[in-house]
Design a protein around this ligand. Structure first.
Ligand code: PEP
Length: 257
């Protein structure tokens, strides 16, 4: 059986300037001390403008924390794309991860499957690991269409990838109705869709992809509920928003204490 190292990633969204980000990453580094950080991968996903500061603090203190960005341009290389940040710029800053297709990007910036697919490919092209976010809204959940809807986003986001490239992606299942609402999916809800994602990966790609790709759950994860969610077979980590802005709480989540 394949063992997948859990990934516990904190999405800071549009919070914390670089000074506040520095305090948070230092406090998080301290809070993780003494914990078993060999057994999990902990990552922070700050706003673009904080990344250089976060990088410097992590490198200087050898914190066991990876980091990434919340978005990237679908354009590769350089060019006249005002306001865009390329994947190459992120790898130059030592980023490991980049979120793609977060529901807030889909909702407020009209990102559809074509864009998420292009961004997944742009990330892979420069060696970043895309965390492709998928998940249904309340209407689809009420209609019992959560699996169908989420798998359509998954297929669209991964279209055209080779087995090798698909094996480098992380998937985050984030039911939109549970993001920032305090409404957490039950562990069984999370398992239902995360398991369906894994099965779908097996249909779209080879068995190695199915067994090795990490599928995270996101949506109002806290230290009080992370343990039961992480106990589910097909949940390999968490994407955490609000609760990742408090160092002690995020450290507890990351170590699932
Ligand atoms: C998120 O934005 O990815 C998220 C899961 O947010 P929250 O934990 O605040 O629900």
């Amino acid at each position: 059986m394949t063992t997948r190292t859990p990934l516990m990633a904190g999405n800071w969204k549009m919070n914390l300037d670089y000074k506040q980000g520095l305090s948070l990453v230092e406090d998080l580094g301290d809070a993780l001390k003494g914990g078993d950080t060999d057994a999990v991968e902990v990552a922070v996903i700050p706003p673009f403008v904080d990344i250089r500061t976060v990088q410097t603090a992590i490198d200087a203190n050898k914190y066991p924390i990876a980091y990434g960005a919340q978005d990237l341009s679908e354009h590769i290389g350089t060019g006249a794309y005002t306001g865009e940040v390329s994947g190459e710029m992120l790898t130059a800053l030592g980023c490991t991860y980049v979120l793609v297709g977060h529901s807030e990007r889909r909702q407020y910036h009209g990102e559809d499957e074509n864009i998420t697919n292009a961004k997944v490919k742009a990330a892979i092209a420069v060696g970043l690991t895309p965390i492709l976010c998928v998940g249904e809204g309340l209407d689809e959940r009420k209609a019992g269409k959560q699996v169908e809807y989420t798998l359509a986003q998954l297929e669209g986001g991964l279209e055209g990838l080779s087995n090798e490239d698909a094996g480098r992606v992380v998937i985050a299942y984030e039911p939109v109705w549970a993001i920032g609402t305090g409404e957490v999916a039950t562990p069984e809800d999370a398992q239902e869709v995360c398991g369906a994602i894994r099965d779908a990966l097996g249909g779209l790609f080879d068995d190695e992809v199915k067994e090795t790709v990490r599928v995270l759950y996101g949506g109002s994860v806290k230290s009080s509920n992370v343990g039961e969610i992480m106990a589910k077979d097909d949940v390999d980590g968490a994407l955490v928003g609000g609760a990742s802005l408090k160092a002690d709480e995020f450290a507890k989540i990351a170590l699932y204490q």
